[in-house]
Ligand binder design. Structure first.
Ligand SMILES: Cc1ncc(COP(=O)(O)O)c(C=O)c1O
Length: 441
């Protein structure tokens, strides 16, 4: 079984020198959890400049869906780069953008009658959805969720309710957004238990919110992550989206699914919303869509994407090289990787649940496909959050060559490339177990 290979103290001398220069010249707003300098990578393996090899279960924040530098994607990029680098789909036409729009329109849930707007990032996709929802409905209010992350631009940030540091000193943000509790069954905001709860988190919207403070006829859209990502990899119960979608439909409120993190095969289906059987009106995509090339896409039903020429656009959005990378990525997802995410996701979650039997601090193990979270707690009964232990585990795993990321206050996320093999999962599980045993909790 291949394992990480750590030959130096971390960071090694070359990585340390680079980090020193970075500190002098790169924005201090970035949150680097540990000192990894990535020099080259293949699949789920990353080499740093000092010759250390790491096992990557972050895939660059759930982006490198096809693994680092998949040859099919790299070839598509090379081919397109030699043909046409840029022409701006905002003002001109070119093949890869048209081909990708056609593909995405048919891929998302629904009848295939969709149109696509292209941007460069997740935030831009959400921003575009936000603007389209206003443009189409001519309504001013919106609903989003506590724990949600939708991006850092002012519109997307206004919808976000993840960490206070992301909002501090940026007010005033866009008004008219009401944040409501997500369906977080492990910590039910209403202190109820599924399934006896009657999906109170949706009932409350209809029975309280819409009757007291938020007139539903004035709400443009509900922005919701099918599975909450940055908030802690939280999987809502099966009825949550169907019930919420029904409530939205009743009042002509658009249902906007932010699939930036959960989309593109990661959960074992092309879009996480397919697990819930809901057809959203608008879907925001980015991250895994182009295996690491910058690209965002906002897909909406054709009868909703009716804004007029000039009402929204982006110079670089839908760049030909990024679109070609996306087309190659989708080919791989459809031919084998989505299925691999489903099968090996089950394998990974089963392995983690096995560890949970004997490791007390693993309070909750949840996820779909290769979008898996492990919530660490100080006590399984009180569920006291163990954010400090979580951070320690991530540091210790890094020292052993396993790259992990946190999400929420006290959750560790496992979001490897969709190419990950059982052997690579075994390597991850054995290091993770060793790390938790070192922690001694
Ligand atoms: C669900 C979701 N939406 C939007 C974003 C923002 O994406 P980006 O960082 O590409 O702007 C993220 C990023 O983590 C995300 O997870």
């Amino acid at each position: 079984m291949k394992h990480p290979n750590i030959k130096t103290s971390l960071p090694g001398p070359k990585a340390a020198a680079l980090i020193h220069t970075d500190r002098d010249h790169v924005s201090p707003s970035y949150t680097r959890g540990y000192p990894l300098v990535a020099e080259k990578a293949k699949g789920v393996w990353i080499n740093d400049p000092d010759g250390n090899t790491f096992l990557d279960f972050t895939s660059g924040i759930a982006v490198c869906a096809t693994g680092h530098c998949h040859p099919h994607v790299v070839n598509a990029i090379k081919k397109q780069a030699g043909r046409l680098l840029h022409m701006s789909g905002t003002d001109f036409y070119y093949t890869p953008q048209i081909a990708l729009a056609k593909k995405l329109a048919s891929l998302v849930p629904g009848d295939g009658n969709n149109k696509v707007y292209f941007g460069n990032s997740g935030a831009e996709s959400v921003e575009a959805a936000f603007k389209l929802a206003r443009w189409y409905t001519k309504r001013e209010l919106n609903i989003a969720f506590f724990g949600s992350f939708h991006g850092r631009t002012m519109g997307a940030l206004s919808l976000t309710a993840s960490k206070i540091i992301q909002k501090k000193h940026y007010n005033p943000l866009i008004p008219g957004i009401t944040h409501i509790p997500y369906a977080y069954c492990y910590r039910c905001p209403y202190n109820l238990s599924y399934p006896d709860c009657g999906i109170e988190c949706v009932r409350w919207v209809e029975d309280t919110l819409f009757r007291t403070t938020v007139p539903p006829e004035e709400v443009a859209a509900i922005f919701v992550e099918p599975i909450q990502g940055e908030g802690g990899y939280i999987v809502p119960p099966p009825e949550f989206h169907t019930e919420l979608h029904k409530a939205a439909e009743k009042y002509g409120i658009l249902y906007v699914a932010d699939e930036v993190q959960s989309g593109m095969g990661r959960t074992g289906k092309m879009f996480a919303m397919e697990h819930f059987g809901v057809v959203p009106d608008i879907i925001a995509l980015a991250k895994g869509i182009a295996s690491g090339m910058p690209l965002g896409a906002m897909v909406a039903k054709s009868d909703i994407m009716v804004w007029e020429a000039g009402s929204h656009a982006s110079t670089f959005g839908g760049n030909p090289v990024s679109c070609s990378a996306a087309l190659a990525t989708i080919e791989l997802l459809e031919s084998e990787l989505m299925e691999n995410a489903r099968i090996n996701g089950e394998y990974l979650i089963a392995g983690l649940r096995e560890l949970q039997k004997s490791i007390e601090c693993m309070g909750d193990v949840r996820g779909k496909g290769l979008m898996i979270g492990v919530e660490l707690v100080k006590d399984r009964v009180t569920k006291e959050r163990a954010g400090d232990w979580r951070n320690e585990v991530i540091q210790k795993a890094f020292a052993k060559g396993l790259l992990l990321l946190g999400c929420g206050e006290n959750t560790i996320r496992f979001c490897p490339a969709l190419t990950v093999t059982k052997e690579e999962i075994d390597a991850c599980l054995s290091i993770f177990e060793e790390t938790l045993l070192d922690l001694g909790k």
